[in-house]
Design a protein around this ligand. Structure first.
Ligand code: UT7
Length: 333
């Protein structure tokens, strides 16, 4: 049987930075409020002509280069995004595959909001274990600034742009394999976090900026409570199922939505500060891109080493959630 190994990581953040100070001139808020309630200090914002696929391509180039495989060996591309280049079609994955000249690979997007990266990791794992694919490029990429209402202080202080990518490859070596991935959803909470316009269920006749229904809307406080409860339950379950103690986790990499949520889950798991990866202060919430951007951060600062165990934990619109136990298994030269 083939196993799926997490070979490499890459990420990209646009150059332009939007600070809490900047936001305090746009809406009724302060740096103090944002820092205390979310831990966010700044977020990166894409240029007007910079698309989700452009950012995905930059992250993917790094992941491919670091994987040691030739790009001609990639046989599938999956992109997790809620801010695709085009709503409906073509998918952002096909655009990325084309920009990278990957040929006629299988390519598609999935929509699982901030849980997107864990979902595409699970899809890549399943395709590889079934023998259908050998090298899968997975990308979480978001231009959330395009769907953010910069007059709504409840959401505009949270979100940023960026992309992260990884290569997942087939291996015979069980020690390199992704151990387990759990995913779930609960559509009864669909209205907590949504963009009301633009789909077949839309009550609006057209994409209408006036009504603000084309922007993200969130019932923040209710979402917060479900997030803490669900994330904690989810990681406890995946550790129990696999008889792994939290002390065996080298890097806990949660979705970067809010520092208070991350701290609450870390404390529930009795993790020490060295185990918990936090990037929310620099990038804000980049939805499906947040986990791979955080993995890239510890890769680039030299603290992610071959064989170390990562615990990924995500939560987002849908509502959706997922967790994954993933050893970092770069190709050793
Ligand atoms: O990524 C996917 C999932 N997303 C999440 O997990 C995010 C979940 N939610 C959150 O992170 C938090 O709920 C927020 C950061 C969005 C809000 O923090 P909170 O502690 O839940 O605040 P709140 O919504 O209960 O609002 C408290 C007060 C309210 O004023 P009153 O009613 O007490 O007078 C808000 O109007 O803070 C006010 N407020 C603000 N004040 C200054 C809300 N946003 C702001 C703001 N600046 N930006």
């Amino acid at each position: 049987m083939a196993y799926a190994a997490f070979r490499s990581i890459g990420a990209y953040a646009p150059r332009k930075i939007l600070t809490n100070e900047d936001l305090s001139k746009m809406v009724d808020t302060t740096d103090e409020w944002i820092t205390k309630r979310t831990g966010i200090k700044e977020r990166h914002i894409a240029e007007k002509n910079e698309t989700t696929s452009d950012m995905g391509v930059e992250a993917a180039k790094k992941a491919i280069e670091r994987s040691g495989i030739d790009k001609s060996e990639i046989d599938m591309v999956i992109c997790a995004t809620i801010s695709p280049d085009y709503f409906c079609m073509p998918s952002t994955a096909t655009i990325i595959a084309n920009k990278l000249s990957l040929g006629h690979v299988t390519a598609f997007d999935i929509s699982a909001a901030c849980t997107g990266f864990v979902y595409i990791l699970s899809i890549a794992k399943a395709f590889i274990e079934s023998g259908m694919k050998k090298n899968v490029l997975i990308i979480g990429a978001e231009k959330l600034s395009a769907i953010t209402d910069y007059t709504d202080r409840g959401t505009c202080i949270l979100f940023g742009d960026g992309a992260g990518a990884a290569i997942i490859s087939a291996t015979d070596n069980r020690d390199e394999a992704i151990i387990d991935i759990h995913t779930g959803s609960d559509g009864t909470y669909a209205d907590l976090l949504m963009t009301p316009n633009g789909g077949s269920g839309s009550i609006h006749d057209s994409i209408d900026q006036e009504s603000k229904a084309c922007f993200m809307q969130m019932k923040g406080n209710e979402t917060f409570k479900v997030a803490v409860r669900t994330l904690t339950k989810d990681v406890v379950e995946i550790l129990d199922t696999n008889s792994i103690e939290s002390s065996q986790i080298t890097h806990f990499i949660p979705h970067q939505a809010n520092l208070r949520i991350i701290k609450a889950v870390g404390e529930a798991l009795k993790l020490n500060d060295n185990q918990v990866v936090i990037t929310v202060e620099k990038y804000g919430n980049t939805s499906g891109a947040s986990i791979p951007m955080a993995i890239n951060e510890i890769y680039e600062n030299g603290s992610l080493k071959a064989g170390e165990l990562m615990l990924l934990d995500a939560f987002g619109g849908g509502l959706t959630w997922g967790s994954a136990l993933v050893p970092f298994s770069p190709t050793l030269k």
